[in-house]
Design a protein around this ligand. Sequence first.
Ligand SMILES: NC(=O)c1ccc[n+]([C@@H]2O[C@H](COP(=O)([O-])OP(=O)(O)OC[C@H]3O[C@@H](n4cnc5c(N)ncnc54)[C@H](OP(=O)(O)O)[C@@H]3O)[C@@H](O)[C@H]2O)c1
Length: 257
Amino acid sequence: MTTALITGATAGIGAAFARRLAADGHDVVLVARDVKRLRAQATELHDRHGVEAEVLPADLSTEDGIAAVETRLADPRQPVDLLVNNAGFGNKGRFLDVGMADELTMLKVHCEAVLRLTAAGARSMRERGRGGVVNVASVAAFVPRGTYGASKSWVVQFTQGAARDLAGTGVRLMALCPGFVRTEFHQRAGMGTDGIPGWMWLDADKVVADALADLARGRTLSIPDPRYKALMGVVKLAPRALLGGVSTRMGRKYGPQ
Ligand SMILES: NC(=O)c1ccc[n+]([C@@H]2O[C@H](COP(=O)([O-])OP(=O)(O)OC[C@H]3O[C@@H](n4cnc5c(N)ncnc54)[C@H](OP(=O)(O)O)[C@@H]3O)[C@@H](O)[C@H]2O)c1
């Protein structure tokens, strides 16, 4: 029996990872802030799939929260075989409209927590000679767009660099870059979604299935869905000034209201 630890496991993409991994027979450690929701989800996964579902409440924007998850990942008596760094959020407003405290909180959750948890998890996995880490970034990593895109760009660069450093150790690392996914993300950030064309929306369960298939193939970057693969191919070739303009117009149209 293997164990997967998922951050941001109570909603959206993280909940989809927890469902799929539990259905595949993995014990799960569920991390998020809302204890009531965590407990309800753990009970459901245990009852439905017969796996152990542990609850680890932690706010990854705090020192105590990150440290608690680091400690769990480093515990040799309860090894974690797969770590999914998924917790994340959007901030309402453009640069200078968002308060500095909120910008810094985003960097703490999207970058510092991902760095520290990846290090804690990968170190124990390397000792055991096997394991995997999925760091959830976004296609926003590939376009110039505020702290959110920059933080996700960091996740991609960091993960692919660390994957190269750990090649041959038995530890796989992969950055996952979904496009728009139907979750609580946009509502929580106060973002309007009415204008987003239907074809741009992805299903969280399908994103997770594609991600786990890519991880099994040994990919270090996963962009689920052929539509977004094609779009990111175009983005790679486009000049950054043009991308900045399109990204800003998209942000005005689909971004925070
Ligand atoms: N939805 C999209 O279109 C989309 C696209 C690309 C990438 N992503 C990325 O996918 C990841 C998951 O997003 P989602 O769409 O699934 O969002 P979501 O439905 O809003 O879920 C976010 C999850 O993260 C947890 N969380 C948020 N802040 C946290 C904190 N400080 N400490 C611990 N847990 C925290 C939430 O639980 P609690 O509130 O209980 O803590 C929740 O379980 C994020 O990294 C996001 O940037 C999303």
